[in-house]
Structures are given as C-alpha cells and as structure tokens.
Design a protein around this ligand. Structure first.
Ligand SMILES: Nc1ncnc2c1ncn2[C@@H]1O[C@H](COP(=O)(O)OP(=O)(O)OP(=O)(O)O)[C@@H](O)[C@H]1O
Ligand SMILES: [Mg+2]
Length: 288
C-alpha cells in the first residue's frame, strides 16, 4: 500500500526492494485543465505495476512525464536514481538506453518493415552497428516475442493487430532494457490474443528480470500478471497495492471498477485459472 510500510518480518535490512521509478509531488496541467496535482508513486525493481484510472485521468501523461517527454509544472521524478525532469535528450541518454517503450496504439513506423522498426532504437543509440548485426538482433527479438521469422520483412499494414503489438514489444526490447513502459498493450486484442499477450509480458519480465510500468484498462491483465496496481483518480495516485488490498479500500471508483460486472468476471476467471494450476501441480506431484 502507499501508506507507511508494514513492519517487516524479514530481519535482513536489504530485503526492501529497490525503487526503479520514484515520483513525488507531480503536477501537470494544460491551460486551465489540471491533470495531476500531487502524484506520488514508487515502482519497485522487478515488479509488474499496473496503472489504472478512468479515461483522461492522465495515465499516458504520467508515463510521458516519467520518460521525459512531458515537462511537469512541479514535482520530482527519478528513474534508476537519476532525476529526469528538465534534462535534455542527450543528458537522459544513459537512462533512455535502459528502458523500452510501447506507446498507446503501438505506433510502428508504417514505411519501415518489422525488422527495420525493431532496429530504430539500435540505430539511434549504437550508430556503428553493422547491418549484419542489426539484422541478427532484429531477427532474435522478433522470435523472442513469438512472431514467425518470416514476418521480419513485412510492413505494419501486412501484420494483424496482435502481431503489431508483439512487434511493438520487440522494438521496446531492442536495447535489452531493464525497465519496460507499456501503454494499453492489450487494447483492441481479442480475449485469447490478450491472454497470450499477458503471458508473453509475464514470461519476458520473469526471464529478463524486467520492471514493468503497465497502463491498462484490462481487468484480466491486472488479475493475471500485475504484482501491484496503482489507481489514478482525483488528480493523484489514490492507492497502490495488490488487488485484495485495493478491494479493502472504501473508494468509490475502485469499488465500481473492481466490483462491477467486468471486475467480478475477471476475478472469477483468475480464481478458476489459479485452481486449475494448483490442481495440475497436484497431479504432477502425484505422478513423480
Ligand atoms: N499535449 C496535450 N495538450 C493538451 N492536453 C493534453 C495533452 N496531452 C494530454 N492532454 C489531456 O490530458 C488529459 C489526460 O490525458 P491522458 O492521455 O494522460 O489520459 P489517459 O488517462 O491516458 O486516458 P486513456 O485511458 O483514454 O488513454 C486528457 O484530458 C487529455 O486531453
Ligand atoms: Mg492513455
């Protein structure tokens, strides 16, 4: 939760997770429209943090502030312990190399092939890489996200929506990031495609030890892969915690969101999946 940390039962002083992103007192406005006023948030190393909030509450603006694309009116943001606000592109370059971004809508370059799209960050940060190496890295990332190797020379218009999302992830992973920003990655996918995509994110985050800042409206995603969820409402982060911790709070939007018909359906689906996994694990043990 965002309130004072509970006393730790672990005696080791280094048990506290490292903070990868820290946001304090963030304020953003556009003209008279106040978007954020006093946003505080910590993202811990290795976690998948879901960010939720009604449409227009400023989730994408928060992400843009953290990655230095939006200059806030006030506040402090650090990423990997480095201040972000007010620093130019070149000053930010060392930390920009350490993160990957999937913007809302995937935003691939339509005139570039899939492989060329994946190579864009590589060409920016490592201009001396040979074409051969660029092709090899792109081919590796394309397979890593579950796309067929023969998709590499295709243009975005020749890919399905789900493939484009995977392509966006391949590009976000091109620099072997430690931190991944994903803005609505499953929007527009069918439920099976969205579930497969969730698993891809989960697997990649575990395999690569990634920290993930994941903006989503997708309740299934929140239940199935997020370690904690931050709720943006009333211009701030009103709560951060596991879903059971959030459900215990008396906040109207949180209750409507998680207790509404879609929230209940996602909760039931998640319980069923967990029961099935437990049952399968039990069978496996019995066989051994
Ligand atoms: N560059 C900009 N100039 C003016 N207003 C902006 C700008 N960017 C965002 N806004 C406004 O800020 C508010 C928050 O936008 P943002 O894109 O962060 O919402 P969001 O929470 O990501 O919504 P959604 O869930 O629909 O993606 C909106 O009212 C939007 O119109
Ligand atoms: Mg948005």
């Amino acid at each position: 939760m965002s309130t004072a940390p509970a006393p730790s039962r672990d005696p080791k002083p280094d048990a506290e997770p490292e903070i990868v992103i820290s946001v304090r007192g963030l304020r953003n406005s556009f003209g008279d429209q106040v978007i954020h006023d006093g946003v505080d948030l910590d993202v811990r190393q290795g976690e998948i943090l879901g960010v939720v909030g009604g449409s227009g509450t400023g989730k994408s603006v928060l992400m843009r502030s953290i990655i230095g694309l939006q200059t806030p009116d006030a506040g402090e943001i650090t990423v990997f312990g480095q201040p972000v606000i007010g620093r130019g592109d070149s000053e930010l370059q060392p930390i920009r190399k350490r993160w990957g971004i999937l913007f809302q809508g995937a935003a691939l370059f339509s005139t570039l092939t899939l492989a060329e799209n994946v190579q864009v960050p590589l060409r920016e940060f490592y201009p001396r890489l040979s074409e051969k190496l660029l092709d090899e890295i792109a081919a590796y990332k394309i397979v890593m996200v579950g796309l067929p190797p023969d998709a590499a020379p295709k243009y975005p218009a020749e890919l399905s929506g789900g493939m484009r999302k995977r392509a966006g992830i391949a590009r976000a992973l091109s620099l072997d990031p430690e931190l991944l920003f994903l803005d609505e990655p499953t929007a527009g996918l069918d439920p099976i495609g969205a579930a497969a995509f969730d698993q891809l994110i989960r697997d990649l985050s575990k395999r690569l030890g990634l920290t993930v800042f994941l903006i989503t409206h997708d309740l299934d995603t929140l239940y199935s892969i997020c370690d904690r969820v931050a709720v943006l409402a009333d211009h701030k982060v009103v709560a951060v915690g596991t879903i059971p911790e959030l459900l215990a709070l008396d906040h109207e939007w949180i209750q409507e969101y998680f207790r509404g018909p879609r929230g209940r359906a996602a909760e039931e689906a998640n319980e069923a999946a967990e029961n099935e996994a437990a049952a399968n694990a039990g069978t496996g043990d019995a066989e051994r």
